[in-house]
Ligand binder design. Structure first.
Ligand code: SF4
Ligand code: SF4
Length: 224
């Protein structure tokens, strides 16, 4: 099982740029972690509405890591997807990437996938989540900068990109070249102007138990 926690609401509000939102919830691991159960979703839905968002629809999918299921379910609602429209996903990082791979719309994670220690099961798809504890998929068009960029950069490319390939491994696509192209296709390049605070590597540490949420105030250099 992949474990995830809900992001704080202020962050969800900050990353979701569009007025109209579709809420997409996974009935698999995410529901077991209580990040996609009815109570969590309705709490976030109410707060989003209070902050001027329009929730067009809430859709549940049994296993969001199954792209066929996502396509089958979303194709019924394709007429809902207007221009000013984003999708807020309640699942682990793999599920968010799967949604982003099957639909060219702005996708935002409502959760952070965290590391509890041990091994992750094998996954046949191209999506990879390193359980970094602070999901960045909302600022990268749904492409993970931790697993697709060799240096795990979160504020854009290193400068060594060569013809779309990584300077460390010329056989490998540069993660940030992929992110740039994706953001361009979904007309969200302006997100790249937003500065991301330095990563808190404490979020990657295994604890062997489910942690309290940890947030870090970089100005005060302390956990919140
Ligand atoms: S940014 Fe990548 S590694 Fe981190 S939680 Fe999201 S998908 Fe997983
Ligand atoms: S070339 Fe691209 S993928 Fe490779 S380290 Fe630099 S930004 Fe990351």
């Amino acid at each position: 099982m992949i474990y995830s926690e809900l992001k704080i609401f202020e962050e969800i509000l900050k990353i979701t740029k569009e007025e109209n939102l579709l809420l997409l919830a996974c009935n698999g691991c995410a529901e077991v972690c209580k990040v996609s159960d009815d109570k969590s979703i309705s709490e976030i839905e109410e707060k989003l509405k209070t902050n001027g968002k329009k929730i067009k629809r809430i859709i549940k999918i049994d296993f969001m890591c199954n792209k066929n299921l996502i396509v089958r379910k979303l194709s019924r609602f394709i007429n809902d997807f207007s221009d000013n429209f984003g999708i807020l996903v309640f699942s682990c990082g793999i599920g968010v990437q799967c949604v982003s791979n099957v639909i060219e719309k702005p996708i935002y994670p409502a959760t952070n996938t965290i590391y509890l220690g041990g091994f992750q099961g094998l996954w046949p798809g191209e999506e990879r989540c390193a359980e970094c504890g602070m999901c960045y998929l909302g600022i990268t068009g749904g492409i993970c900068p931790i697993t697709f960029c060799t240096k795990q950069l979160i504020n854009g490319p290193c400068g060594g990109t060569n013809n779309g390939k990584c300077e460390i491994d010329s056989e490998k696509d540069c993660g940030w070249a992929l992110i740039y192209e994706k953001l361009k296709r979904i007309e969200k390049l302006e997100i790249l102007k937003e500065y991301q605070e330095p990563r808190n590597y404490k979020l990657c540490e295994p604890t062997g138990k489910i942690r309290k949420k940890i947030f870090y105030d970089v100005d005060k250099n302390e956990e919140l």
